[in-house]
Design a protein around this ligand. Structure first.
Ligand code: GDP
Ligand code: MN
Length: 397
């Protein structure tokens, strides 16, 4: 589950990580109140107005702007709230901004130039360990830095048995080129960040930029946090931070119906029981030259109601040109699933406007095939896995 920047920062702050202070606002008036409050608390005169959407690159798209007085806070908020923000990370059509975060300006003038670094904490799937990735080239697109100057991207891998060791935090501060107060500040920042990552059961932290302010304070200016969904039951307060407006509407609806659905780019809708079979089905569609439109595991009880819901979800995706149903009848018998498909099809009526290929294998597969073939519906049945994929390709070409 992804969070907004202001939510991510509140979690970081709870674990002692120094963050750019901010208050969320949904109207220009609230934004002005927030700015006044921040001035009282931090003494900041200037404020940064930041669009809150689940996508980065907001600065480039005009979603992050500096306000030098309260009138500007109001005007900029008025402009950003409700806007359709297009950034390199949003879908082409952009994302609607429902709220802004008013932040204290931390790029104030001082003895030194402020400097921006990149830092993320994530899982290295190859080693099964947490790693900290960081670079002195922050503030910009880290993918570009990694491509053009890979020597400027460092990683520190952490043994879960010992956690982050002091020498590792020092190595990070050293590689970032820090000394004195900023060096000490960075070692503390890194330890607190790692602790927050562990305790919050996150799967990704990305802080870009981490700022060395002109007074040498180390501050998280941006924060992207992805929480591990499987651990949300341990963090009821985090679970409440979910913003469904930011998520794929079909995936939200599927979640409520207890179906595992992941939206993909292709044109072949998939309805499968079991995650493993669903993955294999997607592979097979690819091999046959097609592209899966989704991952969908309907689970063990593929009755008419579930099959109908699955049809409903798949057909909401306008790219779908054919549907492949691939069910292995183990505990749930194939003839029951076939009946479910037939009933759901009849209930859906005209809404099913694409060809359907059904492959049922396992207990009572023969009866099931007979039922489908004799149903008089626009459904093709297949017995072998490959045969099903080939039939999908045939109806599409
Ligand atoms: P992103 O574009 O979505 O990654 O949003 P960020 O939170 O990273 O902000 C984009 C850029 O805005 C940062 O890299 C900074 O250069 C700038 N910025 C953020 N906060 C402040 C601030 O308080 N003052 C000033 N002057 N610039 C800021
Ligand atoms: Mn950023």
């Amino acid at each position: 589950m992804n969070l907004h920047e202001y939510q991510a920062k509140s979690i970081l702050s709870d674990f002692g990580v120094t963050v750019q202070r901010g208050i969320v606002a949904t109207t220009p008036e609230e934004a002005v109140e927030a700015a006044k409050k921040l001035t009282e608390e931090t003494g900041t005169g200037w404020h940064i107005v930041k669009a809150q959407i689940h996508a980065g690159g907001r600065g480039k798209g005009g979603g992050v702007k500096l306000a030098k007085n309260l009138q500007e806070v109001k005007d900029i908020s008025n402009e950003i709230i409700g806007m359709n923000l297009v950034t390199p990370q949003t879908p082409k059509e952009g994302k609607k901004v429902h709220q802004v975060m008013i932040g204290e300006d931390v790029y104030y003038p001082g003895d030194n130039e402020p400097e921006e670094y990149y830092m993320s904490v994530l899982l290295n799937r190859n080693t099964g360990r947490t790693m900290i990735m960081y670079s002195p080239e922050g503030g910009m697109d880290i993918e570009t830095v990694a491509e053009e100057t890979p020597e400027k991207v460092f990683t520190e891998e952490i043994d879960p048995a010992t956690g982050l060791l002091p020498f590792q935090a020092r190595r990070i501060a050293f590689n970032l080129g820090l000394s004195g107060k900023a060096f000490k500040g960075m070692t503390k920042f890194v330890s607190q960040l790692y602790n927050a990552y562990e305790k919050s059961d996150s799967s990704l932290f990305e802080i870009n930029p981490v700022l060395k302010a002109s007074d040498d304070r180390i501050i998280a200016v941006d924060a992207k946090v992805t929480l591990d969904d499987s651990a949300l039951y341990r963090h009821k307060d985090y679970a409440e931070m979910r913003d469904e407006r930011e998520e794929n509407p079909i995936e939200v609806e599927a979640g409520k119906a207890g179906l595992n659905y992941v939206d993909l780019d292709g044109n072949v809708g998939c309805m499968v029981n079991g995650a493993g079979l669903a993955m294999a089905t997607m592979d097979l569609i690819k091999q046959a030259g097609g592209n899966p439109a989704n991952f969908l595991d309907v689970g063990g009880t593929a009755d008419a109601a579930r099959v109908e819901k699955a049809f409903d979800l798949i057909l909401q995706d306008e790219n779908v040109e054919a549907i492949l149903i691939n069910i292995f009848g183990g505990i749930v018998r194939c003839d029951r699933v076939a009946q479910g498909v037939i009933d759901a099809y009849k209930n859906m009526g005209d809404r099913i406007n694409v060809p359907i290929i059904v492959r049922l294998q396992g207990t009572n597969a023969e009866e099931a095939k007979k039922m489908i073939d004799e149903s008089g519906l626009n459904v093709e049945s297949a017995v072998a896995f490959q045969e099903a994929a080939d039939k999908v390709q045939k109806v599409l070409s």
